[in-house]
Ligand binder design. Structure first.
Ligand SMILES: *Cc1c(COP(=O)(O)O)cnc(C)c1O
Length: 479
């Protein structure tokens, strides 16, 4: 609705003064709870927002009057938001298990317990307890990483191998290329010059590492001969990059990792694989085919392999490097290594995650449990939630079959069959409803599909069902 300049001015003149508001009874009462600066800041923000809305025509006089009536409430809510962290827990109802925007892998209870224990006090982060001497921080996780790989079949790590932890897989890959190939050449297939997401592009990383890229083959076909004829005395590494987030089908060809390793042995050149997913468990029983395995990559004899800690491994964000000891030593002694080292919280959570694999407790890792949740269990939870909503809200609710994905740049094209709740509200569009869901406390993030909002319970923790139900009922009756 268009308004004359005079009308707008009038609306703006009707806004209360900041000073007067602070002296008023309800806003003044907030000063008992929060410092004056914070209340003032909140009041100013709310007034500014109101003025903006009046100026761009979003508010008429009646609308403004109503807002002014509840101004103290609005200011109080704004102050509350200012007094809490911006990074918060949310309920993930998207069905994407490793949703990068939602923080990828949730940690297990035992990882959280260990993390709290270590974080709340002092720890032997860099102290060798037996010798009473200074130790290395990544000595902690190293043993466990190697044991997990050995027990799952990569036996050769039992001698002559080492492992190292950095902040993330992108950092691991960069550090590896910089330490092993700076000033030399790295051979990569044109089919693997990929962007992983968030601007992590292999050609850019290579250039920044100081190595020269030697592209071989074509986008869809690269043969072992292509690698062979690109070898020169300047070759430092053969790089293999797991394509992570897309799949190529049809007229394609790519040598196996074993073939690359054999070629490297002959030529005296190491193979480095950016494996990415850190997948330890077989996924084929979940209709996930051809997924690269961290264990297989290490077992194939690649000199060095990098992977993420917070993808299929189900641990904290970190980059895991496993390889022949002399190579890891070169990474450790790179002056840049210090810039990539993680904090103690990472080691605490990582060690507990790895221990879950070594003690037969993989099911306690939320990502593993979510991937393995049977459809029938999801259907039962959906019906329970649906029945509650039908009885006490205006929502139109249907239990529908859905396909969840693992995500996070893993298992492209694979789908997990499950059930979800399709919601419709008589007074809200799907977009409005999903916005309202994101405003709940905790916020609920969901997908929209054909005018409905879809809640996929695979990624909702069963212990969150109760909160979810209560929040939805509140929203569905209030709106
Ligand atoms: C995910 C992924 C990365 C990036 O990992 P971060 O831990 O997010 O840095 C790098 N390479 C591959 C192959 C990946 O799958």
């Amino acid at each position: 609705m268009l308004k004359s300049a005079a009308q707008i001015e009038d609306l703006c003149r009707n806004l209360p003064q900041l000073g007067r508001l602070l002296e008023s009874e309800p806003v003044g009462a907030l000063l008992g709870r929060w410092p004056r600066d914070l209340v003032m800041e909140a009041t100013r923000s709310v007034l500014d927002a109101l003025r903006r809305e009046a100026l761009n025509g979003a508010l008429d006089e009646a609308g403004l009057r109503e807002r002014l009536e509840h101004l103290d409430l609005e200011i109080s809510e704004h102050a509350q938001r200012m007094a809490r962290p911006s990074l918060r827990r949310v309920i993930n109802a998207t069905g994407v298990v490793l949703q990068t925007n939602l923080g990828r892998a949730p940690l297990s209870k035992s990882a959280l317990r260990n993390l709290m224990e270590v974080a709340a006090g002092y720890s032997n982060l860099e102290l060798h307890l037996e010798a009473g001497k200074r130790g290395r921080r990544d000595a902690h996780a190293e043993e466990l990483i190697l044991r997990v790989l050995a027990t799952r079949g990569a036996r050769q790590v039992e001698s002559g191998y080492a492992a190292m932890v950095v902040n993330n897989c992108a950092g691991a890959t960069f550090l590896a290329l910089n330490s092993l190939a700076e000033g030399g050449e790295v051979i990569v297939s044109r089919g693997e010059l990929v962007e992983i997401g968030g601007g992590f592009r292999i050609p850019d990383i290579l250039r920044k590492s100081g190595a020269t890229l030697r592209e071989v083959g074509t986008t869809n076909r690269t043969r072992i001969r292509d690698y062979e004829s690109a070898l020169t005395p300047e070759t430092r590494l053969i790089l293999r990059v797991h394509r992570s987030n897309f799949r190529m089908e049809g007229f394609t060809e790519q040598p196996t990792l074993d073939e690359l390793v054999a070629l490297g042995r002959e030529a005296g050149v190491r193979v480095f694989e950016d494996q990415g997913t850190g997948c330890v468990l077989p996924l084929d029983q979940f209709a996930v085919r051809e997924e690269s395995s961290w264990v297989h990559s290490v077992a194939s004899g690649a000199g060095l392999v990098s992977a993420s800690g917070d993808k299929l491994l189900g641990g904290p964000q970190c980059g895991l490097l496993v390889g022949e000891r002399p190579l890891i030593e070169r990474l450790r002694t790179n002056p840049l290594a210090r810039a990539f080292r993680p904090g103690k919280l990472t080691y605490a959570a990582l060690e507990s995650t790895l221990l879950a694999y070594l003690t037969g407790q993989e099911e306690t890792l939320p990502t593993v449990r979510m991937i393995r949740t049977p459809g029938a269990e999801l259907r039962n939870r959906c019906h329970a939630l649906g029945d509650r909503l039908r009885g006490s809200s205006q929502f139109e609710v249907r239990v529908v079959p859905v396909r969840s994905v693992i995500g996070g740049g893993t298992t492209p094209g694979a789908a997990l069959r499950g059930y979800g709740l399709a919601l419709r509200h008589p007074l809200m569009s799907d977009e409005e409803l999903s916005r309202a869901l994101r405003k709940l406390d905790p916020p609920v993030v969901a997908r929209t599909r054909r005018g409905q909002v879809l809640l996929d319970l695979r990624t909702v923790f069963p212990e969150e069902d109760e909160t979810l139900a209560a929040q939805l009922i509140r929203l569905g009756t209030a709106a």
